[in-house]
Design a binder for this molecule. Structure first.
Ligand code: C2O
Ligand code: CU
Ligand code: CU
Length: 422
């Protein structure tokens, strides 16, 4: 069991050629990156405590998106960390191996703090999963790579362009540049053979879908192996993958036929994977045929227990987020069906404290990569999306869980609600 100190700081980063950019970043004793935060490794059945120390000069909170922890340790908007103060979240890791992330959640200011640089990955490792799937690539930075995708615009002085007072409207903030791991169009050196990418759409509001779905040069085929909450039941082969704000997918691809593969958004190259013949013998990494046991929740008859209507006036069920109001009371450990409507517009819907299963999407087939554990889901706006939700962690009025649109400008404008679990 470990405790990690994380300083939340004003920093600067080398993003543009011409000038340094003022940023926010998460720093540990071993890593200070100038932008984003170090990837935190946590092990199942262990307790990892994160002690966040706020040196920003403004209020923040620190939330672990995707982790099943109690409201007290969830870092939602109520769990304020005032300037100069700190707060420890005690994380008892009790969920499958997977890729999650941490980011601030102060009500009304999440968009600004995330775009300035506050985000990092959390990887949960599970000794049992390592035993049962020994050949999955899992050497971090060697054949297993974090890929954080975020768009930003810059002012001429190099600063990040963002106006927290401005309404970015229905589409939210859309930046001119698409960064990967805080850099514009980086090269990453990878071994030959199978590699794994842990992809987070950490953009404030940009969807990579339809013509802008993630793909590779040469229409290279790849395999989705995990969704937000852990491994799928089996690899899903595809040449393109949609991902909305807040979602994660892990993919595997084989570099054997390629010296270089570019990760594309539409016809924009956002990252080049360059095979390095000399770095590492990757021959142990293989694509398994079977991954994990994900319950098949399809076609079952459950009654809808809650309905959420996301509207263009930034409300859910006609209400804006109010720090003083608890919107829903959810029973502990009971499976419910939640039905979410976008009312003609596109959003992503995220629920704290759990992973859920998608049982109905737009009245048609649920895409295979969505048939795994999720905590954030694209709402297309045409037809409802139904999810099976079961929450095994408690949250009281002092530190409730949230459900919200993960387009951060929508969330900041009030498209969020609070719920207790008991
Ligand atoms: Cu990614 Cu409520 O958070
Ligand atoms: Cu979250
Ligand atoms: Cu939205």
């Amino acid at each position: 069991n470990t405790t990690t100190d994380i300083w939340i700081r004003n920093s600067e980063a080398n993003i543009l050629d011409s000038t340094l950019t003022n940023t926010y970043s998460y720093n540990t004793a071993v890593d200070s990156l100038g932008l984003l935060g170090p990837t935190l490794l946590m092990e199942r059945n262990m307790t990892s405590s994160l002690n966040f120390i706020n040196e920003l000069g403004v209020e923040t909170t620190a939330h672990q998106h995707g982790l099943h922890v109690s409201g007290m340790n969830d870092g939602g908007p109520q769990s304020r960390i005032l300037p100069g103060k700190s707060r420890t979240n005690v994380l008892e890791i009790d969920q499958p191996a997977g890729t999650h992330w941490y980011h601030p959640h102060p009500h009304g200011n999440t968009g600004e703090q995330v775009i300035k640089g506050l985000a990092g990955l959390i990887i949960i490792q599970d000794p049992e999963e390592i035993n049962s799937l020994p050949n999955l690539p899992r050497s971090y930075g060697v054949n297993d790579f974090p890929i954080i995708i975020q768009d930003k615009s810059f002012n001429t002085d190099g600063s990040i362009q963002y106006d927290a007072q401005k309404s970015y409207g229905k589409r939210g903030y859309l930046g001119d540049s698409i960064l990967v791991n805080g850099q514009i169009q980086p090269d990453v050196s990878v071994p030959l053979g199978w590699i794994r990418l842990r992809i987070l759409n950490g953009s404030n509001a940009r969807f990579y879908e339809r013509g802008d779905s993630l793909s590779f040069s040469n229409q290279q085929q790849f395999y989705v192996i995990a969704s937000d909450g852990g491994l799928l039941s089996e690899p899903v082969s595809t040449t393109s993958l949609p991902i909305g704000p807040g979602e994660r997918y892990e993919i595997m691809l084989n570099m054997n036929q390629n010296q270089q593969l570019d990760l594309m958004v539409g016809n924009r190259n956002i990252l080049s994977l360059v095979a390095d013949l000399n770095t590492y013998d990757n021959s142990q990494a293989l694509l398994p045929t079977v991954l994990a046991n994900v319950p098949k929740a399809l076609n079952q008859k459950n009654n809808v227990t809650r309905t959420f209507k996301l509207s263009e006036n930034m409300t859910i069920n006609g209400k804006k987020m109010n720090m003083q109001v608890i919107d829903e009371q959810v029973p502990l450990g009971i499976t419910e069906v939640w039905r979410i409507f976008g009312k003609g517009a596109r959003h992503t819907f995220h629920v704290h404290g759990c992973s859920f299963l998608v049982i109905n999407r737009d009245n048609s087939e649920v895409p295979l990569w969505e048939k795994g554990w999720k905590d954030t889901i694209i709402i297309s706006g045409k037809r409802p999306v139904e999810i099976l939700v079961k929450i095994n962690k408690t949250a009281d009025r002092t530190a409730p869980f949230m459900y919200h649109c993960h387009m951060l400008e929508h969330e900041d404008m009030g498209m969020m609600g609070q719920f207790t679990v008991a």
